[in-house]
Design a binder for this molecule. Structure first.
Ligand code: CDP
Length: 218
C-alpha cells in the first residue's frame, strides 16, 4: 500500500507521516530529506545552486539512503555519512527549494523514491507525491495550516533543536519556499484532485493522525 502526504512546510506532514508509519508498521519515506541531503552536498562542495547542470551532475553521482528505526526515527545517509541533523539547519533550508526546482534533480529523486517504495508498505511525504511520484497511490492527503500557525510550529521545532532563529527569519523562509515550491514549472506543490484535504490549523498532531487513520481504514 502507498500513502501519499503532501503539503507546505510546517503543516505537520512529517510528524504525522512518522506516526502513521509507526502505527501501521509501514516504512516512512521523507522525500524532503533527499532534497535537503543533496543541497548539503552542493553547499559543501561550493557549488552554486543556480548552476542547474552542475547540481544535476552532482545528484547523479550521489548516494542517499533513508533508514527508520523501531521508534520511528529517521536516519539519512549521504554517501554513507549520517547527515540527519545537519540537513535541518537553516543554511540548508535556505537553498533547498532552489535545488528542488531543477527538473533533472527531480528526475533523479523520482527514480529513487519509486525504487524505495517497492520495498513494501510505505508512507511518503513531500510536495508532489500524490500528483507526480505516485499518482496512483492508494490514499492521498494534502495537509495544510494557516501561514501564521505554520511559522509558529517551525519556530518552536527549530528552537527545540537549539537553532538561533527568529520568527522573522522563519516567516521569510516559509514565504519564500511556499512561492518557489508552488510556482515552479516541474512538479509544483499542489493538491491532487483526489487527495483528502486536512486543515490542521486548529488540530493537534494526535487529532490529525486519528483523522488520517480513519480515512486509511475506510
Ligand atoms: O520539512 P519541511 O516541510 O520544511 O520541508 P521538507 O519536506 O524537508 O522539504 C524541503 C524542500 O524540499 C521543500 O521546500 C521543497 O522545495 C523540496 N521538496 C520537493 O520539492 N518535493 C518533495 N517531494 C519534497 C520536498
Amino acid at each position: 500500500m502507498i500513502i501519499a502526504i503532501d503539503g507546505p512546510a510546517g503543516a505537520g506532514k512529517s510528524t504525522v507521516a512518522k506516526i502513521i508509519a509507526q502505527r501501521m508498521g509501514f516504512i516512512y519515506i521523507d522525500t524532503g530529506a533527499m532534497y535537503r541531503a543533496l543541497t548539503l552536498k552542493a553547499l559543501e562542495q561550493g557549488i552554486d545552486v543556480n548552476q542547474a547542470e552542475r547540481v544535476v551532475e552532482l545528484a547523479v553521482g550521489t548516494r542517499i539512503e533513508l533508514y527508520n528505526d523501531a521508534s520511528g526515527n529517521l536516519t539519512v545517509l549521504l554517501d554513507g555519512k549520517d547527515v540527519s541533523a545537519q540537513i535541518r539547519q537553516p543554511r540548508i533550508t535556505r537553498f533547498v527549494s532552489d535545488v528542488a526546482k531543477i527538473p533533472g534533480v527531480r528526475e533523479v529523486m523520482l527514480g529513487l523514491q519509486r525504487a524505495l517504495a517497492k520495498t513494501g508498505n510505505v508512507v511518503l511525504d513531500g510536495r508532489d507525491i500524490g500528483t507526480v511520484v505516485f499518482p496512483g497511490a492508494d490514499k492521498k492527503f494534502y495537509i495544510d495550516a494557516a501561514f501564521k500557525e505554520r511559522v509558529r510550529r517551525r519556530y518552536n521545532e527549530l528552537k527545540e533543536a537549539g537553532e538561533a532563529v527568529t520568527l522573522g527569519n522563519i516567516e521569510a523562509d516559509l514565504a519564500n519556499r511556499d512561492t518557489i515550491d508552488s510556482t515552479r514549472e516541474c512538479a509544483p506543490l499542489k493538491k491532487a484532485d483526489d487527495a483528502i484535504y486536512i486543515d490542521t490549523t486548529e488540530m493537534n498532531i494526535e487529532e490529525v493522525a486519528a483523522k488520517i487513520k480513519t480515512w486509511i481504514n475506510l
